[in-house]
Design a protein around this ligand. Sequence first.
Ligand SMILES: Nc1ncnc2c1ncn2[C@@H]1O[C@H](COP(=O)(O)OP(=O)(O)OP(=O)(O)O)[C@@H](O)[C@H]1O
Length: 315
Amino acid sequence: MIEARELAKRFGNKTAVDGITFSVQPGRVTGFLGPNGAGKSTTMRMIVGLDLPTGGSVTVNGKPYARHRAPLHEVGALLEAKAVHPKRTAYNHLRAMAATEGIPTSRVNEVIELTGLGSAARKRVGGFSMGMGQRLGIAAALLGDPQTLILDEPVNGLDPEGVKWVRYLVRGLAAEGRTIFISSHLMSEMAVTADHLIVIGRGRILADAPIDEVIAGSTRESILVRTDDADALTAAVGSAGVEVHRQAEDQLEILGLTTRSIAEAALSRGILITELTPQQVSLEDAYMELTGGEVEYQSQQRAAPYLPAGEGQQS
Ligand SMILES: Nc1ncnc2c1ncn2[C@@H]1O[C@H](COP(=O)(O)OP(=O)(O)OP(=O)(O)O)[C@@H](O)[C@H]1O
């Protein structure tokens, strides 16, 4: 288990992590989400003692990381920008790491197999693709067969097969009762990998709940409505707290009303409805709503919808 109490980190006058308290429980995958610069990597680095907190504390299985006698057995971590000597082979890198804690060579071979590094293991790390580098980082994290695994963006650079492999790996390790803490910007992947989510923005916790609750907590549930008279229906449902977006000539997206109240409003004015479908809220929708005001780096323009050449231009 990982336990953070009032954990804080300042870099000069920049507050990266602003006194956060949370625990990461064994037996499940906990996803760690947040916009760029939210403080995820800094938090993870503090857990394994690579950054020192400027306030509060964090422990792994009851002790600060540095106090564990064989930390590789306790916590395995894949953190960004892992320093690996480019001229070393993957095999030698893992052997050197293993030697620091008396881990046998047989385990080095095991993690090489497990991570699919096989044929690349005897090659120099300097020539590795990003995906192979990630696999090596995961192999290193697994070396000590740790109870707790911390993975910062593990699927970055992996091909679809690799992404799926990470999903099954972490789900399997959690099922064995281990503590898994994993960050990712890939919402669709997080939605099928994590059981629990911790969402941070500007160094503060925005949500700490089972994934289903995070999604259910979104107020963005919308209803797709098709009708022969979109203007009349827009006027019929319009009131405070209701949002209506025209998506096509005969199609509206309505937020803030139930399907029944939309049907009743239409019926009372004799408006024909041809479709009334509640839209499923995705983790991405819930995440966008949670982090909307907490984004440090934001695009200035909304992406323009794709239009074929020549269309949509002002003449
Ligand atoms: N060594 C450092 N010196 C100064 N500022 C830093 C340092 N490391 C991180 N920061 C700042 O702290 C904040 C949090 O950064 P951090 O890398 O933890 O965010 P993150 O959530 O991991 O972001 P990303 O998703 O982009 O990886 C950012 O504003 C970052 O610029």
